[in-house]
Ligand binder design. Structure first.
Ligand SMILES: *Cc1c(COP(=O)(O)O)cnc(C)c1O
Length: 377
């Protein structure tokens, strides 16, 4: 495998101390009490990062497992579920809801703007008979961060359980899960936390646990059933063998995050510099507002063939950049600046190659993006 400059919106570059942690000797995670102690520390570190006192679990599957588990565990056939959506992940949540028998109602926002809390309030005045709502913190494909700090409390006030996909946000955006009334918060290991792909970190509120316990119809399935985790702490028991090397790595990644003075500010400042650079070059951003701290979505110039651009930057310069998928395919090119990739020197190198790639496709740019990016630090 080549060592690429990976400026994709996840997976992100993994720091050496995280990689080294993953090489530690393997113990038996079910029998060795020391592993239990370490695991407990990991959940405490995660809880500190997202500012919660509620339960936290680490699911052994990439971020999507968390989205499915939240739906599998809370939804009973016929439950009405409000899916707030202004992009691909928001909309996709509805598919999971339906899979588990929920009745989806979409509350749709403008695809280039953050979801409007005032509009949500007005909507809920007419209809708030929902068991739960799903919302996406950062819509990674479109580079938009929704105002979860405003949206979640509005839903919670109406007695609606809130499930928040913050897979690509936590670490790069503020998060105060308890203060905002988030019942289930979902975070991925491979985005801003810059650990290896393969784990979902999840918080589960007492209200969410009560809703699961009070179900009339049992939860279907095992892996996606959050209740299998309920007694891991009191019984010092895991429902299945833990991916111990991944957990070792995650622990150090969380320590890296917590050791930083202001990780969110680092993301915010570099995101702003990326946007200024892109605009100075004469390119356009996809969002009109609510720009994400963790990913910049650039409108793909009409003359560009993304596959050709991607291959050129990869083969000639070892840079990996992402396009977009779904409705945004061929419309958006994404600069990932999350976790370890929110790094000025990496972004500077990226702009140098991005410039060359675009120029090779006949795009005229108004500035040298690398020079411009470097000059506005
Ligand atoms: C990355 C991501 C996920 C997890 O999905 P994968 O693409 O399979 O990694 C879920 N939600 C959001 C918002 C994400 O950015």
């Amino acid at each position: 495998m080549k060592d690429y400059l990976m400026m994709t919106p996840g997976p992100t570059t993994i720091r050496e101390n995280v990689r080294r942690a993953m090489m530690q000797p393997i113990t038996n995670p079910d029998l060795d009490g020391d592993f239990f102690t370490l695991y407990k520390e990991v959940t405490e570190q995660f809880k500190q990062l997202v500012d919660t006192k509620e339960a936290a679990y680490i699911l052994c599957g990439e971020g999507i497992l968390g989205l499915e588990a939240a739906c599998a565990s809370l939804i009973e056939p016929g439950d009405r579920v409000l899916c707030l959506e202004n992009g691909i992940f928001g909309k996709g949540f509805g598919d999971f809801v339906e899979m588990y028998g929920g009745q989806v109602v979409y509350f749709s926002g403008h695809p280039q703007k953050g979801i409007d809390p005032e509009a949500l309030k007005i909507f809920l005045e007419k209809d708030h008979d929902f068991k739960m709502a799903t919302l996406v913190h950062c819509e990674t494909p479109s580079g938009i961060t929704n105002p979860v700090h405003l949206l979640a409390p509005i839903l919670k006030e109406k007695g609606i359980l809130t499930v928040v996909d913050a897979v690509s946000a936590v670490g790069g955006e503020e998060m105060h899960a308890d203060a905002w009334g988030i019942d289930i918060l979902l975070v991925g290991s491979q985005k801003c936390l810059s650990a290896a792909p393969g784990l979902t970190l999840v918080t589960v509120s007492a209200d969410a646990i009560a809703a699961m316990e009070n179900r009339k119809v049992p939860i279907v399935g095992f892996y996606a059933n959050l209740m299998i985790w309920k007694e891991w702490e009191s019984k010092q028991w895991f429902p299945y063998t833990q991916p111990i090397s991944d957990i070792y790595g995650l622990k150090v990644a969380l320590e890296n995050a917590l050791a930083e003075d202001d990780m969110v500010a680092r993301h915010r400042v570099l995101a702003e510099r990326c946007r200024q650079t892109v605009l100075a070059a004469g390119l356009e951003l996809f969002p009109i507002e609510a720009y994400a701290n963790t990913v910049t979505a650039v409108q793909q110039p009409a003359s560009v063939d993304f596959k050709q651009l991607f291959n050129y930057m990869k083969d000639e310069y070892g840079l990996l950049m992402a396009g977009a998928f779904g409705d945004l395919e061929g419309k958006v090119i994404r600069i990932g600046h999350m976790g370890e990739n929110a790094n000025a020197s990496m972004l500077s190198r990226m702009f140098d190659v991005f410039q060359k790639g675009l120029e090779a496709q006949g795009v005229q740019l108004d500035v040298d993006m690398k020079q411009y990016f470097d000059s506005i630090n």
